[in-house]
Design a protein around this ligand. Sequence first.
Ligand code: PEP
Length: 251
Amino acid sequence: MRKKIVAGNWKMNTTLQEGLALAKGLNEALKDKTPKCDVIVGTPFTHLACVADAIDTNKIGVAAQNCADHEKGAYTGEVSAAMVASTGAKYVILGHSERRQYYGETAEILKTKVNLALANGLTPIFCIGEVLEEREAGKHFDVVDEQIKGSLFDLSAEDFGKIVIAYEPVWAIGTGKTATADQAQEIHAHIRKTIASKYEQTIADNCSILYGGSMNAGNAKELVSKPDVDGGLIGGASLSVENFMPIVEAF
Ligand code: PEP
Protein backbone atom coordinates (compact mmCIF):
# COMPACT_ATOMS: atom_id res chain seq x y z
CA MET A 1 0.00 0.00 0.00
CA ARG A 2 1.34 3.41 -0.89
CA LYS A 3 1.90 5.99 1.78
CA LYS A 4 -0.35 8.98 2.37
CA ILE A 5 1.79 12.07 2.92
CA VAL A 6 1.24 15.70 3.84
CA ALA A 7 4.43 17.72 3.37
CA GLY A 8 4.96 21.39 4.10
CA ASN A 9 7.21 23.51 1.91
CA TRP A 10 8.15 26.56 3.93
CA LYS A 11 10.10 28.04 1.00
CA MET A 12 12.25 31.05 1.98
CA ASN A 13 10.11 31.88 5.00
CA THR A 14 10.81 32.00 8.74
CA THR A 15 13.95 32.95 10.62
CA LEU A 16 15.57 30.09 12.52
CA GLN A 17 13.71 31.11 15.67
CA GLU A 18 10.36 31.36 13.89
CA GLY A 19 10.92 28.06 12.11
CA LEU A 20 11.82 26.29 15.34
CA ALA A 21 8.70 27.66 17.01
CA LEU A 22 6.57 26.47 14.07
CA ALA A 23 8.12 23.00 14.13
CA LYS A 24 7.72 22.71 17.89
CA GLY A 25 4.11 23.88 17.62
CA LEU A 26 3.40 21.19 15.06
CA ASN A 27 5.18 18.62 17.21
CA GLU A 28 2.98 19.60 20.15
CA ALA A 29 -0.19 19.46 18.05
CA LEU A 30 0.67 15.93 16.93
CA LYS A 31 1.90 14.71 20.31
CA ASP A 32 -1.16 12.72 21.33
CA LYS A 33 -2.37 11.99 17.83
CA THR A 34 -1.75 9.24 15.33
CA PRO A 35 -2.16 10.91 11.96
CA LYS A 36 -3.39 8.75 9.10
CA CYS A 37 -0.61 10.12 6.91
CA ASP A 38 3.12 10.76 7.11
CA VAL A 39 3.82 14.38 8.04
CA ILE A 40 6.87 16.22 6.67
CA VAL A 41 8.19 19.75 7.04
CA GLY A 42 10.39 21.20 4.29
CA THR A 43 12.51 23.85 5.96
CA PRO A 44 15.30 26.15 4.76
CA PHE A 45 18.77 24.55 4.94
CA THR A 46 19.69 26.69 7.95
CA HIS A 47 16.88 25.15 10.02
CA LEU A 48 17.26 21.47 9.20
CA ALA A 49 19.50 20.27 12.03
CA CYS A 50 17.79 22.33 14.75
CA VAL A 51 14.31 21.30 13.62
CA ALA A 52 15.30 17.63 13.37
CA ASP A 53 16.69 17.89 16.92
CA ALA A 54 13.64 19.65 18.36
CA ILE A 55 10.88 17.36 17.12
CA ASP A 56 9.89 13.73 17.27
CA THR A 57 11.25 12.61 13.91
CA ASN A 58 9.31 9.38 14.20
CA LYS A 59 6.22 11.52 13.78
CA ILE A 60 7.42 14.36 11.59
CA GLY A 61 9.93 13.90 8.80
CA VAL A 62 12.27 16.73 7.84
CA ALA A 63 12.92 17.73 4.24
CA ALA A 64 15.33 20.08 2.53
CA GLN A 65 13.98 22.09 -0.39
CA ASN A 66 16.93 21.48 -2.68
CA CYS A 67 20.41 19.98 -2.81
CA ALA A 68 23.46 20.49 -4.98
CA ASP A 69 24.06 18.72 -8.28
CA HIS A 70 27.62 17.91 -7.22
CA GLU A 71 28.84 15.53 -4.59
CA LYS A 72 31.27 17.86 -2.79
CA GLY A 73 34.05 20.37 -3.32
CA ALA A 74 34.55 23.86 -4.70
CA TYR A 75 30.93 24.93 -5.20
CA THR A 76 30.67 27.96 -2.96
CA GLY A 77 27.28 28.40 -1.37
CA GLU A 78 25.95 24.98 -2.31
CA VAL A 79 24.64 22.32 0.07
CA SER A 80 25.21 18.68 -0.84
CA ALA A 81 22.84 15.76 -0.43
CA ALA A 82 25.30 14.25 2.08
CA MET A 83 25.19 17.47 4.12
CA VAL A 84 21.38 17.43 4.09
CA ALA A 85 21.34 13.80 5.21
CA SER A 86 23.81 14.57 8.01
CA THR A 87 21.30 16.97 9.61
CA GLY A 88 18.75 14.24 10.23
CA ALA A 89 16.60 15.19 7.24
CA LYS A 90 15.20 12.19 5.40
CA TYR A 91 13.65 13.92 2.38
CA VAL A 92 14.55 16.48 -0.23
CA ILE A 93 12.12 18.41 -2.43
CA LEU A 94 13.54 18.47 -5.98
CA GLY A 95 12.36 20.08 -9.19
CA HIS A 96 10.00 22.58 -7.60
CA SER A 97 8.70 24.91 -10.31
CA GLU A 98 10.37 27.86 -8.57
CA ARG A 99 13.73 26.10 -8.88
CA ARG A 100 13.06 25.24 -12.52
CA GLN A 101 11.85 28.76 -13.34
CA TYR A 102 14.17 31.03 -11.31
CA TYR A 103 17.31 28.89 -11.13
CA GLY A 104 17.25 27.19 -14.51
CA GLU A 105 17.06 23.65 -13.21
CA THR A 106 16.81 21.39 -16.24
CA ALA A 107 15.73 17.77 -16.47
CA GLU A 108 19.41 16.80 -16.70
CA ILE A 109 20.42 18.77 -13.58
CA LEU A 110 17.47 17.29 -11.71
CA LYS A 111 18.43 13.79 -12.77
CA THR A 112 21.83 14.33 -11.16
CA LYS A 113 20.24 15.73 -7.99
CA VAL A 114 17.83 12.79 -7.74
CA ASN A 115 20.73 10.34 -8.09
CA LEU A 116 22.79 12.12 -5.43
CA ALA A 117 19.80 12.30 -3.07
CA LEU A 118 19.16 8.57 -3.42
CA ALA A 119 22.85 7.74 -3.04
CA ASN A 120 22.78 9.58 0.27
CA GLY A 121 19.67 7.84 1.57
CA LEU A 122 17.30 10.75 1.02
CA THR A 123 13.81 10.33 -0.38
CA PRO A 124 13.27 12.78 -3.24
CA ILE A 125 9.88 14.51 -3.39
CA PHE A 126 10.02 15.19 -7.10
CA CYS A 127 7.83 18.05 -8.35
CA ILE A 128 6.29 18.18 -11.81
CA GLY A 129 3.56 20.30 -13.34
CA GLU A 130 2.55 22.46 -16.24
CA VAL A 131 2.21 26.24 -16.61
CA LEU A 132 -1.12 27.83 -17.47
CA GLU A 133 -0.50 28.14 -21.21
CA GLU A 134 0.38 24.45 -21.39
CA ARG A 135 -2.82 23.49 -19.56
CA GLU A 136 -4.89 25.74 -21.79
CA ALA A 137 -3.28 24.20 -24.87
CA GLY A 138 -4.12 20.72 -23.56
CA LYS A 139 -0.42 19.84 -23.23
CA HIS A 140 -0.38 19.10 -19.50
CA PHE A 141 -0.24 15.32 -19.91
CA ASP A 142 2.75 15.56 -22.26
CA VAL A 143 4.51 18.07 -20.01
CA VAL A 144 4.40 15.87 -16.92
CA ASP A 145 5.39 12.81 -18.96
CA GLU A 146 8.46 14.63 -20.26
CA GLN A 147 9.41 15.83 -16.77
CA ILE A 148 9.16 12.30 -15.38
CA LYS A 149 10.95 10.66 -18.29
CA GLY A 150 13.66 13.32 -18.45
CA SER A 151 14.76 13.00 -14.83
CA LEU A 152 13.52 9.71 -13.42
CA PHE A 153 13.25 7.03 -16.09
CA ASP A 154 16.93 6.09 -15.97
CA LEU A 155 16.42 4.89 -12.40
CA SER A 156 16.32 1.21 -11.60
CA ALA A 157 12.92 -0.09 -10.50
CA GLU A 158 14.28 -0.36 -6.98
CA ASP A 159 15.34 3.29 -6.92
CA PHE A 160 12.18 4.52 -8.64
CA GLY A 161 10.28 2.80 -5.85
CA LYS A 162 11.83 5.28 -3.40
CA ILE A 163 10.55 8.39 -5.20
CA VAL A 164 7.58 10.48 -4.09
CA ILE A 165 6.00 12.56 -6.86
CA ALA A 166 4.30 15.90 -6.30
CA TYR A 167 2.06 17.07 -9.12
CA GLU A 168 1.97 20.85 -8.82
CA PRO A 169 0.27 22.80 -11.61
CA VAL A 170 2.28 26.01 -11.71
CA TRP A 171 -0.89 28.07 -12.21
CA ALA A 172 -2.15 26.84 -8.84
CA ILE A 173 0.97 27.53 -6.77
CA GLY A 174 0.53 30.46 -4.41
CA THR A 175 -2.35 31.80 -6.51
CA GLY A 176 -5.32 30.66 -4.45
CA LYS A 177 -6.49 28.89 -7.60
CA THR A 178 -6.66 25.13 -6.97
CA ALA A 179 -7.05 22.36 -9.49
CA THR A 180 -10.43 20.75 -8.99
CA ALA A 181 -10.40 17.35 -7.35
CA ASP A 182 -11.44 15.87 -10.71
CA GLN A 183 -8.60 17.62 -12.55
CA ALA A 184 -6.13 16.35 -9.94
CA GLN A 185 -7.50 12.80 -10.12
CA GLU A 186 -7.37 12.80 -13.91
CA ILE A 187 -3.70 13.76 -14.13
CA HIS A 188 -2.59 11.71 -11.11
CA ALA A 189 -4.12 8.62 -12.75
CA HIS A 190 -2.31 9.56 -15.96
CA ILE A 191 1.01 9.91 -14.10
CA ARG A 192 0.51 6.50 -12.53
CA LYS A 193 -0.14 5.03 -15.98
CA THR A 194 3.04 6.63 -17.31
CA ILE A 195 5.01 5.06 -14.45
CA ALA A 196 3.39 1.68 -15.14
CA SER A 197 4.37 1.94 -18.80
CA LYS A 198 8.05 1.94 -17.80
CA TYR A 199 8.12 0.02 -14.53
CA GLU A 200 5.79 -2.66 -13.20
CA GLN A 201 2.20 -1.92 -12.24
CA THR A 202 3.06 -2.61 -8.59
CA ILE A 203 5.75 0.11 -8.69
CA ALA A 204 3.17 2.54 -10.07
CA ASP A 205 0.57 1.44 -7.54
CA ASN A 206 3.01 1.91 -4.67
CA CYS A 207 4.19 5.38 -5.74
CA SER A 208 2.77 8.20 -3.60
CA ILE A 209 1.61 11.06 -5.83
CA LEU A 210 0.91 14.27 -3.92
CA TYR A 211 -1.05 17.25 -5.15
CA GLY A 212 0.34 20.75 -4.61
CA GLY A 213 -1.12 24.14 -5.43
CA SER A 214 -3.12 26.27 -3.01
CA MET A 215 -4.21 23.25 -1.00
CA ASN A 216 -5.77 24.34 2.27
CA ALA A 217 -8.09 23.37 5.11
CA GLY A 218 -11.10 24.05 2.90
CA ASN A 219 -10.23 21.92 -0.13
CA ALA A 220 -7.90 19.22 1.25
CA LYS A 221 -10.60 16.69 2.15
CA GLU A 222 -12.11 16.64 -1.32
CA LEU A 223 -8.71 16.45 -3.03
CA VAL A 224 -7.41 13.57 -0.92
CA SER A 225 -10.70 11.69 -1.25
CA LYS A 226 -9.68 10.93 -4.85
CA PRO A 227 -8.15 7.48 -5.30
CA ASP A 228 -4.91 8.62 -6.96
CA VAL A 229 -4.31 11.69 -4.77
CA ASP A 230 -2.10 10.43 -1.97
CA GLY A 231 -1.63 13.66 -0.08
CA GLY A 232 -0.34 17.16 -0.54
CA LEU A 233 2.70 19.37 -0.86
CA ILE A 234 1.67 22.52 0.93
CA GLY A 235 3.24 25.96 0.62
CA GLY A 236 1.39 28.89 2.19
CA ALA A 237 -0.83 26.81 4.45
CA SER A 238 2.17 25.04 5.99
CA LEU A 239 3.36 28.23 7.67
CA SER A 240 1.03 27.99 10.63
CA VAL A 241 -0.04 25.05 12.77
CA GLU A 242 -3.67 26.21 12.56
CA ASN A 243 -3.68 26.03 8.78
CA PHE A 244 -1.50 22.94 8.39
CA MET A 245 -3.13 20.61 10.92
CA PRO A 246 -6.56 20.46 9.22
CA ILE A 247 -4.79 19.28 6.05
CA VAL A 248 -2.98 16.56 8.02
CA GLU A 249 -6.35 15.63 9.50
CA ALA A 250 -8.07 15.56 6.11
CA PHE A 251 -7.35 11.81 5.88
C1 PEP B 1 4.30 24.83 -3.31
O1 PEP B 1 5.00 25.78 -3.58
O2 PEP B 1 4.79 23.70 -3.29
C2 PEP B 1 2.88 25.07 -3.06
C3 PEP B 1 2.05 24.08 -3.26
O3 PEP B 1 2.53 26.33 -2.66
P1 PEP B 1 1.07 26.82 -2.24
O4 PEP B 1 0.45 25.76 -1.37
O5 PEP B 1 1.28 28.10 -1.50
O6 PEP B 1 0.29 27.02 -3.50
